[in-house]
Write a protein that binds this ligand. Sequence first.
Ligand code: NAP
Length: 253
Amino acid sequence: MAVGSGERPRHVLILGGTTEARRLAAELARRADLRVTSSLAGRVAEPRLPVGEVRIGGFGGPAGLAEWLRTHRVDALVDATHPFAEVMSRNAARAAADTGVPLLALRRPGWTPAEGDRWHRVASLAEAADALPALGRRIFLTTGRLGLAAFAHLTDLDFLARSVDAPQPPLPRRTEILLDRGPFTLEGERAVLRAHRIEVLVTKDSGGAATAPKLGAARELGLPVVVVRRPEPPSGVPVAVDVPGAVAWLAGR
Ligand code: NAP
C-alpha cells in the first residue's frame, strides 16, 4: 500500500475485540500510508483500547457495515474478532461481498491436546451442559458471561464462572462469580482449580497463549476438560493465523 504524493492514506477497518486485533492496530498505526480504525462491539464496560482511531457499537447488520465501509471509504477490512464471534464474521463476509472491499479473517489457531489431556469436544454450549453431570459436580466455566444461560438448568452442580464483567441472569442457581481477565498464568490457574476444588473445566476452543494456562493446570491435576468446538468460518474468506500474516496480506493489496 504505497502512497504517492497527494494520495490519501489507505483506510483499514479492523473488527476487533481480541489481542491480535490490538496488536495489528499497533503495528499498522506506525505507518504513515495507512489510516487505521478499530471497531469494538461495546460488550465490555472498560475495554482495552487499541492504538489509533476506535469506534464502538454495532453497525446495524451487514447492510449497516456496508454503509459504514462506503461512507468512510474503507480500502481493506480485517475481521480480527474472536473465533466465536460468528455473527460478526458472517456480516463482514456479506458486507465485503456487497461493497467489493477486500476482506481478511485474522484467526489464531485453535488449541491442540497434549499428552495427558482428558478433553471432551462438543459442538455447542448446550452440548457442554449435557456432558457435565457425568463428568463431575464442581465446574469451572470459562466460556464468557453471555453463555451462562446454557447451564442455568443444572441446579445440582456447583459452578465457578469467570468473566470480565458481572454476568446477568439466567445463571445456574449455585454459581460463584470470579471477575478477572487474562492473560493468566499456570500458577494462578492451578491455584484457582485447587482453591475451588474444581472437578471439570469448560472452555471454548479460543486458542492463543493468554488463556491457555488453564489447560495445563487441568492436565496437571488430571481434570476432564469440555472443549467447545469453533463455529465454521464463512467460506471463501482468506485467513491469516497471525499479525505478520495479516500485514503481509495488506501489503499485497
Ligand atoms: P457476535 O455474536 O458475532 O456479534 C453480534 C453483534 O455484535 C454483531 O451483529 C454486531 O452488531 C456486533 N459486533 C460484534 N463484534 C463487533 C465489533 N468488533 N465491532 C462492532 N460491532 C460488533 O459477537 P460476540 O460473540 O458477542 O462478540 C462481541 C465482541 O466480543 C467481538 O468484538 C469479539 O471479538 C469479542 N469477543 C467475543 C468472544 C466470544 O466468545 N464470542 C470472546 C472474546 C471476545 P451489528 O449487527 O449491529 O453490527
